[in-house]
Ligand binder design. Structure first.
Ligand SMILES: [Zn+2]
Ligand SMILES: [Zn+2]
Length: 350
């Protein structure tokens, strides 16, 4: 089978020929139909996350070994299964990729996405930028009904990530505001899902007017260009004194400062973006303003099923998604890195 792999960090993906994997035990073999391209792939390709200052979180030390086939947003046909699997052969499914060790108390409680020994598809195990992909158990296969697979594929990462972050950020009442930092793939899905979950007042913040226009299309009630010198004052004005909650899909110094700085007393700042950097926070501001600063990483299997049900109800406005042939995945990652992509790109084998 063909696979597009990271063979060296910070280098383009390499097209390689591999043996088609054989499922054993409870494993299921998926013929990849759609594979979403995600911003976090860029970090895996680079081999690090940027922490505070020049400090880097090395992914090799975190257990990501090369060569690695990335691609964690995956939709495809179930084509084979191990002897212990109960799999719907011949049917198409969306895959939950944030698999853990499946043995620890965190996993058994249903929070595999925050297991200390992650086995995520396309990160710690080979993923979807290939003809075929192995999934360890059929319980990670999700039926999407009449949803467009191109729209549903990114729900397993960008959609799920913001769905779970919103669960931590809500409730936001009808006279309060929610701020979404960033209007990339995550930020646009965040607007659509927040609106579907009944949030009336959503401000999208970005530095790119084109992306802000896309956020308005997705249902943002107001937009703010954070490149403006008085962005904080403007955000306070739009939200009538500050938002109840902020979901930061960027995770940069400027978005964190603006987000945390603008919150109402008792407000919640939830960060999912991995841009990098650090901020200094006066500790007394936390108790005095009674604010919460929360990190959120992807989401669990139950949350993905909830999101798919919400999408099936027709309430979630679909994100603009472009499809391209799988062979263009390396070039697509380069384009994503340059910030030129509005919405989401899904690679296709069909
Ligand atoms: Zn992702
Ligand atoms: Zn575990």
């Amino acid at each position: 089978m063909k696979a597009y792999q990271v063979t060296e960090f910070s280098k383009p993906l390499e097209a390689t020929e591999l043996d088609k994997p054989e499922p054993t035990g409870t494993e299921v073999l998926i013929r990849v139909d759609k594979a979403g391209v995600c911003h976090s792939d860029l970090h895996i390709q680079d081999g690090y996350y940027a922490l505070d200052g020049d400090t880097k979180l090395d992914l090799n030390e975190r257990g990501i070994n090369l060569p690695r086939t990335m691609g964690h947003e995956l939709y495809g046909e179930v084509v084979a299964a191990g002897p212990d699997a109960d799999a719907p052969i011949g049917e198409y499914r969306l895959i939950y990729p944030w698999i853990g060790c499946r043995e620890c108390s965190t996993c058994l409680a249903g929070f595999e996405n925050i297991c200390a020994a992650p086995q995520s598809i396309g990160v710690f195990n080979d993923g979807a930028y290939a003809d075929y992909c192995i999934i360890p158990d059929s319980k990670y296969l999700i039926e999407i009904g009449d949803l467009d697979p191109v729209v549903a594929t990114p729900y397993s990462c960008s959609g799920l990530t913001v769905y779970s972050a919103l669960s931590k950020a809500l409730p936001v009442s009808s006279d309060e505001w929610l701020v979404i930092m960033g209007s990339g793939g995550l930020g646009l899905n965040a607007v659509a899902i927040a609106r579907a979950r009944g949030v009336d007042n959503v401000v999208s913040v970005d530095i790119d007017e084109k992306k802000l226009a896309a956020a308005k299309d997705m249902g943002a009630t107001a937009v703010l260009n954070s490149g403006n010198a008085d962005a904080l004052a403007q955000l306070q004005e739009i939200t009538g004194g500050g938002p109840r909650a902020v979901v930061d899909t960027v995770g940069a110094e400027v978005t964190a400062s603006l987000g945390i700085g603008s919150l109402l007393k008792g407000g919640r700042y939830v960060i999912v973006g991995l841009f990098g950097g650090g901020i200094t926070l006066g500790l007394p501001t936390l108790p005095l303003r009674a604010i919460s600063v929360l990190g959120s990483y992807t989401g669990n299997l139950t949350e993905l099923k909830e999101l798919i049900e919400l999408a099936k109800s027709g309430k979630v406005k679909p994100l603009p998604v472009a499809t391209r042939p799988m062979a263009e995945v390396s070039d697509t990652l380069d384009e994503l890195r340059s910030g030129k992509i509005v919405g989401r790109v899904v690679m296709s084998n069909s």
